[in-house]
Design a protein around this ligand. Structure first.
Ligand SMILES: C[S@@+](CC[C@H](N)C(=O)[O-])C[C@H]1O[C@@H](n2cnc3c(N)ncnc32)[C@H](O)[C@@H]1O
Length: 252
């Protein structure tokens, strides 16, 4: 398992990566007006080249920019796969220009042809708990874990070109996947670096979806240190005693 994080503009970083060297791009570009258009354009320009055939792109997307971002991704050569809704029940976002009380955020999933279904069934509404200990824009690590443990298989490589505090890379590390990240802000880069060096988290409840239901026994398994076999592929072989498991914590 390899983990590579650089303090670098994502365009420069992605140019250094060989064609078809990435299995999954899981990312959360900046939404702020001055940066978002460039960010999604850069992503769209590189994603199809970098992904292996049937590789996946998962990208958080603000509702009010969907009309611009969707066609950009369609034009990149990738194909639409699905939309996952991340619920934001702890934080009500009022979008005044539409009078919309926004309680969810789309995560768009695209795939490089040929289209192939992901290895395990996934749920398309996820909880999105508020986790901001490391970064104001930090995403819930359970979003990433819950999707990657169903879409990724051992030995694959995950890229996050807008790493932020390192949520995607940490999730990949927990699942025993290879990970590459680029982050242009030196302070945020340092936060991500430190976070990635911390002790692994407890994985036991990552697969609980927005309905509160756990899946396939994945959530009832305790954390095992990453090995060549990610935890989701060991399901069914472990003893399960939920009462002995500690709560998931993400202390710095
Ligand atoms: C929305 S945040 C990502 C947050 C991340 N998902 C997390 O959980 O911490 C977007 C990140 O992209 C970084 N960024 C913006 N433009 C960039 C660029 N051109 N190259 C690399 N990183 C960039 C920002 O500094 C910010 O940390």
């Amino acid at each position: 398992m390899t983990l590579h994080l650089e303090c670098l503009d994502c365009d420069a970083g992605m140019r250094t990566l060989p064609d078809e060297s990435i299995d999954h791009i899981f990312t959360d570009p900046p939404y702020i007006k001055a940066q978002y258009l460039q960010a999604y354009t850069t992503l769209a320009n590189h994603a199809a080249r970098l992904l292996r055939p049937s590789g996946f792109l998962y990208v958080y997307c603000p509702q009010y920019r969907l009309d611009e971002i969707f066609p950009m991704l369609m034009a990149s050569g990738l194909r639409y796969y699905w939309i996952v809704s991340q619920l934001n029940l702890s934080e009500t976002g009022m979008v005044y220009v539409r009078n919309a009380i926004c309680l969810h955020k789309p995560i768009l999933i695209f795939q490089k042809p040929p289209m192939k279904k992901c290895p395990l069934p996934f749920t398309d509404v996820i909880r999105g708990n508020k986790q901001k200990a490391y970064h104001i824009w930090q995403q819930d690590i359970n979003d990433v874990l819950g999707l990657l443990c169903r879409f990724a298989v051992p030995g694959e490589t995950v890229l996050d070109p807008f790493t932020g505090s390192g949520t995607t890379l940490l999730a990949a590390k927990l699942l025993g996947l290879n990970a590459i990240g680029f982050e242009s802000n030196p302070d945020t880069f340092q936060v991500a670096q430190q976070r990635l060096q911390q002790e692994p988290l407890n994985l036991f409840d990552y697969a609980i979806d927005a309905t509160g239901k756990s899946h396939e026994g994945i959530s009832s398994r305790g954390y095992r240190p990453p090995s060549s076999t990610p935890p989701h592929l060991r399901v069914g072989t472990d003893e399960c005693d939920r009462s002995t498991h500690r709560s998931r914590t993400e202390a710095p």
